[in-house]
Write a protein that binds this ligand. Sequence first.
Ligand code: MN
Ligand code: MN
Length: 462
Amino acid sequence: MNFEELELNSKSIWQLVGEEEHREIYAYGDRYKNFLDNAKTEREACKFIIAEAVKNGFVSFEEAIKGKIKQGDKIYLNNKNKSAVLFVMGEDLTEGMRIVGSHIDCPRLDIKQRPLYEDLEMAFLKTHYYGGIKKYQWPTIPLALHGYVVNSNGESFDIRIGENEDDPVFYINDLLPHLGADQNKKVLGEAIPGESLNIVVGHSSYGIKEDKNPIKKAVLKYLNENYGIVEEDFMVAEFEVVPATKARDVGFDRAMIAAHGHDDRICSYANLEAILKTENPKITAVGLFVDKEEIGSVGNSSMSAKFFENAVAEILATGENYSDILVRRAMANSKVLSADVTAALDPDFKEVMDSKNAAVVGYGIAMSKYTGARGKSGCNDANSEFLVELRDIFKRDNVIWQTGELGKVDQGGGGTIAYILAEYGAEVVDMGTAMLSMHAPVELASKADAYMTFKAYKSFLK
Ligand code: MN
Ligand code: MN
């Protein structure tokens, strides 16, 4: 009896790839870092994705539905500048689609609508954090401000301060350890209250003669001179605060990347490269890039919004004998990879995961049959029939994959967009990159896993 064939024998990607693929892992890592640095918010990611789509021959949805749509056509849809859909049309849309769905929003700090104040010779912006963060991780790191603001003349500005070497950065204070006796006794989740995540944006009152709030006034003067905006404009603007750091190689071997927002840019970038390299598929290929996953997929730029279903309906309506049943067939016959990250086993925190079932960095894209916790509560539990199909195509294309259960059964868990597309009857499974320090300001992931994620999506879409 040959036990090599009986027993599951997993190996690291680094042990399995040849010279050419080893080179490609690093080349892919460089392209991914460029995406990370240029797409730090959902708006920037949406813009990046659409620009790449246009460069690669995609036409806008509005343009495409004016005419007859045929196999091989490449179409992009921009939803609210915060989510995007890329279609590469197959033979017959009602046969379903191959969809890779990732999200382009990340945990961060959002600026409140009336944020600006001064206290003790400093000006601050107040924040409300977005998504699941550990608040204690955000003070004392350099921060960048990304925003979209329209002034009263109707001029709109994309503001991005803190990302260039010579830009100023922003900062949240923390208590010195000398006076931290009481703070040290608090539990981690309460040591830094949400309302104390206030960002230092100014200190000098030079040149301001008014007595009341001269530093705040100096900040407003700066913003007005540079962007033509006034304090009221904050009330209708969107500003996000992210770490002011570029994606960096980690380790002597440069085999990992530390960056803000691997969750879920690592799957989103893989999704983007995969759909851009998909030509003339038999079954329509779709790259979905949605917003608001981190706050529960609510709102009109999220997966729960109907823009994707509406787009499918509009495309079908360009054909003959349109009816609602065609849309239902297209959705129900679809197969979906819910492209989101999962947690990799961390040598320092092994106790929260089942080491026999958790994903390991470097072992390839992770399939999570189910997420949820405490009895698979609230999860999409994928069907074996679909998983078998995936195993076959991954084998065909030499995709290295593993399974990934997020945490111990009773420890806690997380959700993804998987259940939303499953409601239409589509086959859906969570399939994404395993990573470390998820939702930290700067997260850690393997270049080998990032590349293998792309390879898996490409194999699925073609
Ligand atoms: Mn995610
Ligand atoms: Mn997340």
